[in-house]
Design a protein around this ligand. Structure first.
Ligand code: ADP
Length: 656
């Protein structure tokens, strides 16, 4: 095939523009990204060769090689890994397949300062495109293992790229950057300098399990070499060890030691963080690093990370989840779902098991008892880490909860074994504090004398709930109510029976009887009187509204509003009904209850009119309006909105 010029996908083009204009402050990371990709490609080839004996690829000396040419101002990162086909190159390098890209770019353009932009770009992790921070032209030559012809891809990052056949391409991928002149001016950012390259590799990629080699002597111009090149920083020790294994005398820049296999005291936080970045493609430090060592019959080591922010696609159907699985330091698979429950899908990391077969499949893993035990242990470990964080580092816990609370709460529905722990580490918005969420334990501590339940209200947003008529009596009595606005809240509150012996109760359901025993007695007597007084009206209204409500009754929860809609204690809430419908599950229409505030002039007036044999049409319309208002107040929908508006307009007209 001949040379073709393609346009970058729109999002890719926008991202490249930002890279070219270097909105990210730490340009050094481009090399980390290239080495990370090369390392992945080597992992993939080794696995592929294991699966396919006829692949015909040479896997005897898998490595990454870095070559620099100060005279030509080029830097090449080469691997003899899996490589890419021409289609791969176009699909993988010319486009960005991340469902959150458009939203991300919008945020990025809106970012007001470079720190915010850095944070955003960091969350996204732009990978290969980071090359354009330092290069004005990038050439990628690649050949897929098992294919005979390779592909050359070239671009300046300005809108288009060219692809053509590369007949003599070696297997694997070589990325050559033609470096921008401006970066070398200060001397600190001369990426052809051996010293600089060594420093970057050591800092970001030391743990990479494949050798990262560089020719022992400067290739082109000795004179340009930094005087510190052999400054005895220890980096050459690894080289000594490897010396002579591959001509011409390469130096190995990384120690290649798996961090999880090293003793704890021997690894710095920075090193852990760099491993996290390699695994997660996140450029930011993780929020928490978790180490776990299991000995005994089934030995394994785990190094897990909780990121510091949620990925854009945490709630997307196709969100890749799970940790990396290694067997005795050898990479086996990415996104190993069997090791982590779905509600902990944000956890990244490595699990290295001693006694698994090297060609274990995902299907086998799902069934394996040992794996199931690991899964349990890992989940417990993550939860206990969160619990510690909650107890000792409130700030950090707050970040965790803000980013991942929504996902974690899914565990209340799927992980019964840990339900109590998940409840303990959860926080919820509450009427107690407009800013700070509360834990259930704190809620229980604040419960009033005579309060038996943990009260909550579910709704679309805090704001909508704050003004809900359902809260009136609670507010009047100073009783705290949890305000739950995540979709998953609708479901778990139904599934979780109690916390610390206290039942969870929706303030929008069932009867409300608040206060001490004495107060309740009093209220009951008062209610009996009122009941008698309003009996006629209630019966009449129940009949009028029979199509849409199952009962009209007096309310004990209203102090301000004339009416509200509630559900029976065990009925499905409208929001849940909606969710089921969206999921395509059949749900019978549940009729609800209209409650009237017997202290509201509109209600007492209506009662008087009814008792005095007032105009029936007028009474019926008022009934309809009351019902409609109650529906609107809880964010519900009117069955016949135009009719409601007409009735209301008529009434308003009469007030003029
Ligand atoms: P990411 O690494 O985050 O997926 P990149 O833009 O860095 O994003 O790379 C996109 C894809 O291109 C990679 O997922 C990989 O499939 C492919 N790729 C990149 N570099 C290499 C390489 N050296 N060898 C083989 N494939 C590569």
């Amino acid at each position: 095939m001949t040379s073709e010029t393609h346009e970058f996908q729109v999002e890719a083009r926008q991202l490249l523009q930002m890279m070219i204009h270097s909105i990210y402050s730490n340009k050094d990371v481009f090399l980390r990204e290239l080495v990370s990709n090369a390392s992945d490609a080597l992992d993939k080839l080794r696995l592929e060769a294991l699966r396919d004996g006829d692949l015909g690829a040479d896997v005897s000396d898998l490595h990454v090689a870095i070559e620099s040419d100060p005279a030509a101002r080029t830097l090449t990162v080469r691997d003899n890994g899996i490589g890419m086909s021409r289609e791969d190159v176009v699909a993988l390098i010319g486009t960005i397949a991340n469902s959150g890209t458009a939203a991300f770019l919008k945020d990025l353009r809106a970012a007001e300062d470079s720190a915010t932009a850095d944070g955003l770009i960091g969350q996204f992790g732009v990978g290969f495109y980071a090359s354009f921070m330092v290069a004005d032209e990038v050439t990628l030559v690649t050949r897929l293992a098992g294919e005979s012809v390779g592909t050359r891809w070239t671009s300046t990052g300005e809108g288009t790229y060219t692809v053509e056949d590369a007949v003599d391409a070696p297997q694997g991928t070589a990325v050559t950057l033609h470096l921008k002149a401006e970066d070398s001016e200060d001397g600190l950012h001369d990426y052809t300098s051996r010293w600089k390259i060594k420093e970057i590799v050591k800092r970001y990629s030391d743990f990479i399990t494949w050798p990262i080699r560089m020719a022992a002597e400067p290739v082109a111009a000795d004179t340009d070499a930094d005087p510190d090149a052999d400054g005895g920083d220890g980096a050459s020790e690894a080289g000594d060890r490897e010396a002579g294994t591959a001509p011409p005398a390469p130096e190995v820049l990384n120690s290649m030691k798996a961090l999880w296999a090293r003793s704890r005291d021997d690894v710095t936080d920075d090193e852990y963080h760099e491993l996290y970045k390699h695994i997660s493609h996140d450029w930011n430090d993780p929020l928490e690093t978790i180490r776990l060592q299991a000995e005994g019959t089934f030995e394994y080591q785990a190094l897990l990370f909780i990121p510091s922010h949620a990925p854009h696609d945490l709630f997307a159907q196709d969100h890749a989840r799970g940790v990396q699985l290694y067997v005795k330091r050898v990479f086996i698979m990415d996104n190993c779902e069997a090791l982590m429950p779905p509600y902990l899908r944000f956890v990244k990391g490595v699990v290295d098991a001693a006694d698994l077969s090297l060609n274990v499949s995902r299907e086998i893993l799902q069934q394996d008892r040992q794996i199931q035990l690991m899964h349990r242990r890992l989940a417990k470990k993550v939860l206990s880490t969160v619990k510690d964080m909650q107890a000792k580092e409130p700030e950090r816990y707050a970040t965790f909860w803000r980013e991942f609370g929504r996902a974690l709460k899914e565990g209340l529905l799927s992980d019964f074994e840990n339900q109590e722990t998940i409840l303990k580490v959860s926080s919820f918005a509450s009427t107690h504090d407009t800013e700070k969420p509360t834990t259930l334990a704190q809620y229980v501590e604040r419960m009033k004398d005579g309060q038996e339940h943990i009260f909550h209200l579910t709704g679309e947003s805090r704001q909508a709930m704050e003004n809900s008529p359902h809260l009136e009596a609670f507010r009047a009595k100073g009783i705290e109510v949890l305000l739950l606005s995540d979709p998953v809240d609708e479901v778990w509150v139904e599934a979780v029976p109690q916390f610390a012996g206290k039942q969870l109760r929706s303030v929008a359901k069932g009867e409300v009887d608040l206060g001490t025993e004495e107060e309740k007695q009093e209220a009951e007597t008062e209610r009996e009187q009122l009941q008698e007084e309003f009996q006629g009206l209630l019966a009449w209204m129940t009949e009028r509204l029979g199509e849409s409500v199952k009962e009209v009754r007096l309310s004990t929860r209203l102090t301000v509003s004339p009416a509200c809609i509630v559900s029976d204690a065990h009925d499905v809430t409208p929001a849940l009904e909606n969710m089921y419908r969206v999921m395509g599950r059949p749900v019978p229409q549940v009729k609800r209850i209209l409650e009237l505030n017997p202290g509201h002039p509109l209600v007492t007036g209506l009662n008087k009119a009814h008792a005095g044999g007032g105009d029936t049409t007028n009474l019926a319309e008022t009934t309809e309006l009351l019902h409609g208002m109650a529906l609107l107040a809880e964010g519900g929908e009117l069955a016949d909105a135009p009719r409601f508006v007409r009735l209301l307009a008529d009434r308003l007209e009469r007030t003029l």
